[in-house]
Design a protein around this ligand. Structure first.
Ligand code: SAH
Length: 250
């Protein structure tokens, strides 16, 4: 009997923001595999599962382990924070399954990604078109990242930044902000959300020119507004466009 791998996004961290579908899938798993921090969120909730946790960069090892267990007939849960298909573990599992011509069943359960979590704490900055980029150059060349940043900056598109600043890439965010400053007003609103819906949550609204990269680390999501983004009573939002068509002041 071949087993199933449930690849579940568990949301930002607190139990209330994990979906019932993820909860149900993980309840059926004999083994749950994930990055140490996320496994620590789950231990108490799934008392019947065996847990296997490993460090951040061991994604391929986790994917391989899940496939091997499922090939042995075991029901396995593989977890990512947020949504497993957004800078997560889902594609590496599919890539590996394809290479191995594996017959395991794979089901992917969506989760609330950091961009939704961060946006909700800031207000509504992602109302209209937006782009998403990661500052990590461990798997994507830096040159490619900065070309994309420049395209987004030029296009006046609201931009979400994942993996904004790690010990192995401490300065990429500075380079990106400098590119934005070449194309956007220095007063453009920027939202910085650290540990959304987790302990030690912090939410800051600043501007492109005042942004302090020391406030940013790997537990942070940064949202750079565009020319339609405004701040009102410490909430950041991007206009939907109604104001151009209708009177919205009464
Ligand atoms: N699959 C995840 C993203 C993984 S990449 C998702 O869909 O959310 C890891 C990056 O996500 C972090 O460096 C950070 O930028 C962001 N992130 C994840 N959880 C977060 C949280 N609770 N608060 C703020 N940012 C978070």
């Amino acid at each position: 009997m071949i087993g199933t791998i449930y690849i579940a996004g568990i949301g930002p961290g607190d139990p209330d923001h994990m979906t019932p579908a993820a909860e149900k899938a993980l309840s059926s798993c004999e083994v749950i595999i994930g990055f140490t921090l996320y496994i620590s969120f789950l231990r108490d909730r799934f008392p019947n599962a065996k847990f296997e946790s490993s460090g951040m960069t061991n994604e391929l090892a986790r994917a391989r382990r899940a496939i091997e267990l499922a090939e042995g007939g075991i029901t396995v849960g593989l977890v990512s924070s947020g949504d497993a298909g957004i800078y997560g573990i889902a594609a590496p599992v599919l890539e590996m399954a394809e290479r191995r011509k594996s017959e395991v069943k794979i089901e992917i359960i969506p989760g609330i990604s950091a961009l939704s979590s961060a946006a909700s704490l800031l207000g509504s900055p992602l109302t209209n078109d937006f782009a998403v980029i990661s500052m990590s150059d461990l798997l994507t060349p830096l040159d490619t990242i900065m070309k994309r940043v420049e395209a987004f900056a030029k296009a006046d598109i609201v931009t979400v930044i994942y993996n904004p600043r790690g010990s192995r890439f401490p300065d990429n965010i500075r380079k990106a902000v400098d590119i934005f400053l070449r194309y956007r007003n220095p007063e453009t609103a920027v939202g910085i959300v650290r540990n959304a819906y987790r302990e030690r949550q912090s939410v800051t609204i600043t501007t492109l020119s005042n942004l302090n990269i020391e406030d940013i680390d790997m537990l942070t999501t940064v949202i750079i507004g565009n020319s339609e983004t405004f701040v009102y009573r410490n909430m950041m939002a991007t206009r939907r466009g109604y104001g151009r068509k209708y009177a919205i002041d009464r």
